[in-house]
Design a protein around this ligand. Sequence first.
Ligand code: PLP
Length: 402
Amino acid sequence: MQLASRVHDVADSITLAVSAKAKALKDSGVDVVGFGAGEPDFDTPDFIKDAAKAALDRGETKYTPSPCILALKKAICEKFKRDNGLTFEPAQVTTGAGGKQCLYLAFMAVINPGDEVILPSPYWVSYPEQIKLAGGKPVVVVGDEANDFKLTPEQLERAITPRTRGFVINSPSNPAGHAYTPAELLALAKVIARHPNVVVFADEIYEKLVYFGQKSVSFATLDPSLPERTLTFNCHSKTYAMTGWRLGYVGGPRPVIDAMNKLQSQISSHVTSFIQNPGALALTDPRGLESVEKMRVEFEQRGLHMWKRLCSMPHIKCVKPAGAFYCFPNVSAYFGKSVDGKKIADAISFSSILLDVAHVAVVPGNDSGFDTHVRLSFATSMTQIDKGLDRIEEFLERVAGS
Ligand SMILES: Cc1ncc(COP(=O)(O)O)c(C=O)c1O
């Protein structure tokens, strides 16, 4: 069967291949420690689940207006105002099946074939593929590990050309684990302010998960010229441990939101009916913020613990996680070595051999633009973290001694 060329242009996910291998091993009875998951190990708070049960019982099971009911739009506006200092009318926000679909619709609404989109790396795996699907050209700017992988204003300025149409900024970051300080973001915003044609895609979905006293700030607030060309993305997935619900939202300039709604109306009409009222409640009920704060405190301890242990392992370098729930250690010192006759050549073979030999699942950084690093999620219990790290330590000793 001949498929459309756009399918061939989208990369196969190495992450999914490694996850599938880990799952197959687990299903065959092997005790695998999983550091691969990009989702909180907490359950969705009861008050949100109860609201969904009530919505079903009320019969909220039919089509709703596209893209969602007004109550959800109003709740999103309230949240953006309260937490981010961003003022939107309900017509300036929209929803999608997760942050992922919101980002995709936005790239489709803004990017024309050949447009360049600046993408700091390491990046979340779907950005380049979504940009390419929209016909755009991802212009990857590599973050310096010595600067916690953060893009500098000089790097941003150098990357901008007359063809630049978009700039993706993801803070806190998956997979780098960094969170830009307000001053660092301001310096980037000043550069963007000088280039009025650039649309900013500000992915702030991990905004509540920041550690060690750091504060999240919304990019759109950093220059008066930004609100009319910045799209601010968020979702319920990580904040309220609702990854499977598929609910994301975005606020931005009306023309882009209208265009996204137009696309959405022909693609999936709207987000699932009976998650809309619960989704609104999650954003407005104080229990929403309380639940994420509990997770945040827990993740902060786990992240610090994982990072300290990783840094104590020979030849492992790792940026201290300041946000999200990932450590992203550099494992390249082990490249060229072998264990059980298997040679470690890059992050993919490192991850694959680690899984085979030590039964620990990590995500190679290749899909994020880094073939020298692996991503470990600390959204798992302290017991699992220690068990997995003990195994990694033993594995590295074997590799070093081989
Ligand atoms: C940086 C980043 N943006 C967007 C998403 C998509 O989130 P969702 O699960 O709501 O689609 C993810 C999910 O892992 C992410 O890490």
